[in-house]
Design a protein. Structure first.
Length: 234
């Protein structure tokens, strides 16, 4: 029975993801109904594939589901609620990464590696540039936006650290997820608060599902995570 469900859930998720994108071309309102179903199917994918269920992983997906409801209703009107939910989501996701982070000893040499420093510096500059563009519309919520940036930067840094200091066979999923979320956050912000471009909306749908899928995939396989060398093992 479990194997049969496993063979059904993944194709269902792919089908619903593509259907959501297709529907998004014609009707944004219908997306509001299909996207929650797709996320619920993703929860089902996690439940039937993981060896030991972590309820917090399921809660994190539900946080995104609630956030999407606010985004589709009115992004600017519910901006405060959205920032709280998104910040909480990234903090929860970072906490879930602690299990993997424990396998890698935090050393100065690895934290300040050229790849990580350059990547995070470019990303922080990108956040600064985007913030300057949208600041006139959210002047009352500067601290809320700062909370999102800080929580996401922590999540992003931990994700990239895990990827750069572990074997890529398992950890590539967290890198893909973090990269998808980075693009989604920037495109959503620009689309809702600066200039609306229809293709950005469709790209966001695709990258949201990809990011969520690969993050869930990482949580399923994170027990297999291995450091690059024995020097990192506690």
């Amino acid at each position: 029975m479990r194997k049969k469900l496993q063979s059904l859930v993944y194709p269902s998720f792919i089908f619903l993801s593509l259907l959501t994108m297709l529907v998004g071309v014609f009707s944004h309102d219908l997306v509001n109904y299909i996207k929650p179903i797709t996320l619920v199917v993703l929860i089902g994918y996690y439940i039937i594939h993981v060896a030991r269920i972590n309820v917090i992983v399921i809660i994190s997906v539900l946080l995104i589901l609630v956030t999407e409801t606010y985004v589709h209703r009115d992004f600017l009107l519910f901006f405060e609620e959205i920032t709280y939910l998104i910040s909480l989501y990234y903090l929860v996701s970072t906490a879930l990464l602690w299990k993997s982070f424990r396998k890698l000893k935090l050393t100065f040499k690895n934290v300040v590696s050229l790849q990580l420093v350059v990547t995070m510096s470019l990303i922080l500059y990108l956040f600064y540039a985007v913030t300057n563009l949208i600041l006139p519309k959210i002047s009352l919520y500067q601290w809320h936006l700062l909370g999102v940036i800080i929580s996401f930067t922590i999540f992003l840094g931990v994700s990239y650290y895990i990827y750069l200091n572990s074997k890529a066979e398992v950890s590539y999923a967290i890198m893909v997820a973090a990269s998808c979320f980075l693009i989604v956050n920037i495109l959503t912000t620009l689309n809702e608060l600066y200039v609306y471009v229809e293709v950005f909306y469709l790209i966001n749908i695709l990258l949201q599902f990809l990011g969520q899928f690969f993050l869930i995939r990482f949580f399923i396989t994170q027990d297999q995570l291995q450091p690059n060398t024995d020097d990192f093992i506690f």
